[in-house]
Design a protein around this ligand. Structure first.
Ligand code: 9WN
Length: 489
């Protein structure tokens, strides 16, 4: 395969100057939980200092904080992940958010998923960003001018990205319905079911680049763990120069500390990969010939398999046939075991399709297949051993939060985004996996540690993996939503 990205062809530079740290805030900033203070406003936390009294510690106070955060981030028919950093709609965020909304505002949970799926492409792909046309140009980088979805046949009327994110939506829809099992929820499930099936069909048919039954991601953004050390090896092969970024104005580093975010070289590569995909019209068939980043991710594929398990249950509820979903779920688990299981570590590793090798970094992605109920006991046990090891520290009483990367690795970075910090959506998935495979005490320890994180720092985007200090956006929607879910169990 030849890398087809040409960094000089990346264009769509955004020159609009953001109007200031609160330039994109539309919520009433006097409301509790509204995101009015960038993380840098609190230097102790930005530096990763000790967790302070950032959040309430009693369940009622925590719940109120979560509800206020979600209310402040609600935008007509969806929830923005963060008013400042991410002021549009994101795909897997909406799924996690719907799980929390189902408890407090079920009608919004269904609106959240419906608005996302209204932007589904004709080929079934659910875009990872749906741009809100009411936001000013430059509110997020890269914006619609880079993606140019409007010029692609089969894209929706609204501007979107051309990438996808882990398909956690069927699971979210099922869990939302379980929290609010009323006729309106059932009607919503009925409407969503064909769209969820089309999402899986797209992934199974267009993205099985290796023909091995697994989905291939074509950009680190598709993993949701953008700058995970898992992508260092495949990313190193993407031709790009950090200096390319001089032509652009990054939006994220206006709102968050640059030392906590992906680097300029990461971004140059992100843009090069987008350009390669976009310039081929976001077509998936010729990916193997030219695309510079082709990886099978264990978390993405675990979500893909778990979606079939969830669809089987949804099918029963809406009067469809669960059989094909069960059969596909079994095939996906089998493919994961065959292609991504690393007998050396006992866990699962991403496979770089450009080299046909498993990547060596031991990140939290390797724990994700635990969410599959049909994962054989031997492999599930090995994941639990890895989770309990010094790398990840899951325990009945956790002394530190679950990190996103092996904390004993030399490239573990406690402050930089997905290279170490603790995130609630990942903890929530691992918690679910521990319960699924019969480890209620470990699950309880992890749950306690996640609730304590928010109690110590508030509804932050992510947390320092040693001190628990809040990092990134201080009013992050999926943290609030998943906290509600954890509190309800
Ligand atoms: C790029 C919205 C998204 C999450 C991702 C997280 C981050 C975007 C960014 O924010 O990604 O998609 O600009 O960094 O990595 O998981 O969905 O919250």
């Amino acid at each position: 395969m030849t890398a087809g990205a040409n960094p000089t062809r990346v264009d769509g530079a955004v020159t609009a100057e953001p109007t200031g740290v609160d330039g994109s805030v539309t919520a009433d900033p006097t409301r509790v939980g509204a995101e009015v203070h960038p993380i840098r406003a609190d230097p102790t936390r930005a530096a990763g200092g000790p967790a302070g009294s950032g959040g309430p510690t009693d369940p009622a106070g925590l719940r109120r904080l979560a509800v206020d955060t979600l209310d402040a981030n609600w935008e007509h028919d969806h929830t923005v992940p963060s008013r400042t950093l991410y002021p549009h709609q994101w795909s897997w965020d909406s799924a996690f958010i719907a799980i929390g909304l189902a408890q407090i505002r079920p009608e919004r949970a269904w609106q959240e998923l419906a608005s996302l799926f209204r932007a589904q492409w004709a080929d079934g792909r659910v875009p990872h960003i749906v741009f809100n046309p009411a936001m000013r140009v430059g509110a997020y980088f890269p914006g619609p001018e880079l993606w140019r979805s409007a010029s692609v046949e089969g894209a929706p009327a609204v501007d979107t990205s051309g990438l996808v994110q882990p398909p956690v939506h069927a699971l979210a829809a099922l869990l939302a319905y379980r929290r609010a099992p009323d006729p309106a929820g059932l009607a919503a499930l009925r409407r969503l079911y064909p769209a969820l099936v089309a999402q899986q069909h797209y992934l199974a048919t267009r993205r099985d680049v290796a023909g091995d039954g697994l989905v291939c991601i074509v950009h680190p953004w598709e993993s949701g763990l953008d700058n995970s050390p898992a992508w260092d090896e495949p990313m190193a092969a993407v031709p790009a120069e950090a200096s390319v970024m001089r032509a652009y104005r990054r939006h994220d580093t206006v709102h968050a500390d640059a030392a906590h975010r992906p680097t300029d070289l990461d971004y140059a590569r992100y843009l090069a990969i987008v350009a390669a995909y976009r310039d081929h019209g976001y077509a998936d068939r010729p990916l193997a010939d030219h695309h510079p980043f082709l990886v099978e991710c264990p978390l993405f594929n675990a979500a893909f398999g778990s979606a079939e398990h969830a669809l089987a249950e949804i099918a029963v509820l809406v009067g469809a046939d669960p059989g094909p979903h069960r059969a596909r779920a079994a095939q996906i688990t089998e493919a994961l075991l065959r292609r991504l299981h690393d007998p050396g570590t006992g866990t699962f590793q991403p496979r770089d399709l450009r080299t046909d090798r498993l990547v060596s970094a031991r990140t939290v992605l390797g724990l994700a297949p635990l969410i599959l109920p049909d994962l054989p006991a031997r492999q599930a046990d090995a994941i639990v051993v890895e989770a309990r090891s010094a790398r990840f520290g899951v325990a009945r009483r956790m002394d530190r939060p679950l990190p996103t990367h092996d904390r004993t690795a030399p490239d573990f970075e406690p402050l930089r985004y997905w290279r170490g910090p603790s995130w609630l959506n990942i903890g929530w998935l691992v918690h679910r996996g521990l319960l699924t495979h019969g480890h209620p005490e470990l699950a309880a320890g992890l749950r306690r540690s996640m609730i304590d994180l928010v109690g110590g720092a508030g509804c932050h985007e992510y947390f320092h993996p040693d001190t628990g200090a809040g990092l990134g956006s201080p009013a992050f929607s999926w943290t609030a939503a998943l906290l509600l879910d954890l509190l309800a169990d």
